[in-house]
Design a protein around this ligand. Structure first.
Ligand SMILES: [Zn+2]
Ligand SMILES: [Zn+2]
Length: 244
């Protein structure tokens, strides 16, 4: 059985901290036979590599130019918003969201109001213990649930990465709102165990490259490997096509 990636809806460019241009990512996707690609640079709330809010217009214009040059592929402008513990729980307002074709959201360090220091210290083994984990997980989960509830998120990127969460509760919320849970081939999350937990809920999955350089656009094999190991029905991964 041959598998094919239909779309890659999580890629980065020089507009955040990716290495390639928008055109580089588009070209790479065309070469791999992908039908649709999204440019999803980091949300503006990231202190070091978030997109500049004023760059969005330039990105849109560039995508419009590339649509003419590469009619064989659909090119979308998304964003990977940062999940934060403030207002609508992401760093993209409802108004700003209209500038994009869709909004992904994920948790990252380097934002304000994201419990970043505590999560970083815990993930790096400096803060330890199950009680500490429970406490962090509780408030991280509340923040994630807020983000899912209050916004129209397409993909929850690399859930479980950089911060402990209650995967069952998050998967339930994703199922309810129709948010896709990402199996990232750039990060190790969802892990095999996390896929197993999430798969108990009525949620759909997506594999993304989260490419930070054009060569990695369309990279999906590692995600398939983890999904297979977790016993996931591959029909639940919305962007992978089985070719006989
Ligand atoms: Zn990310
Ligand atoms: Zn990313």
């Amino acid at each position: 059985m041959k598998l094919k990636m239909i779309f890659d809806y999580h890629t980065h460019t020089v507009f955040s901290h990716g290495k390639g241009s928008i055109e580089d990512n588009v070209k790479a996707a065309v070469e791999k036979g992908i039908k649709s690609i999204a440019i999803t640079d980091h949300g503006p709330g990231h202190l070091t590599y978030g997109i500049k809010r004023e760059a969005v217009k330039e990105m849109r214009e560039e995508i419009n130019r590339l649509k003419e040059l590469y009619p064989e592929i659909e090119i979308l402008l998304g964003v990977e918003a940062n999940i934060v513990n403030k207002d609508n729980y992401i760093d993209i307002s409802e108004e700003e969201a209209k500038e994009y074709d869709f909004v992904n959201a994920g948790y990252h360090y380097g934002v304000t109001n994201g419990y970043c220091i505590y999560n970083w210290l815990f993930e790096h083994g400096i803060l330890k213990g199950s009680k500490r984990r429970e406490k962090l997980s509780k408030r991280n989960t509340e923040m994630f649930l807020g983000a899912i509830e209050k916004n129209n998120i397409k993909i929850l990127t690399h859930p479980g990465d950089k911060a402990p969460i209650d995967m069952e509760a998050v998967a339930k919320a994703c199922a309810k709102k129709g948010v896709l849970m990402e199996i990232s081939t750039h990060h190790s999350h969802l892990t095999v165990d996390e896929i197993k937990i999430a798969a108990k809920e009525d949620v759909s999955f997506v594999i993304s490259s989260d490419a930070h350089n054009p060569e990695r656009v369309g990279d999906f094999q590692g995600g398939i490997d983890r999904a297979v190991e977790a016993g996931l029905d591959l029909n639940r991964i919305v962007n992978i096509l089985k070719e006989d």
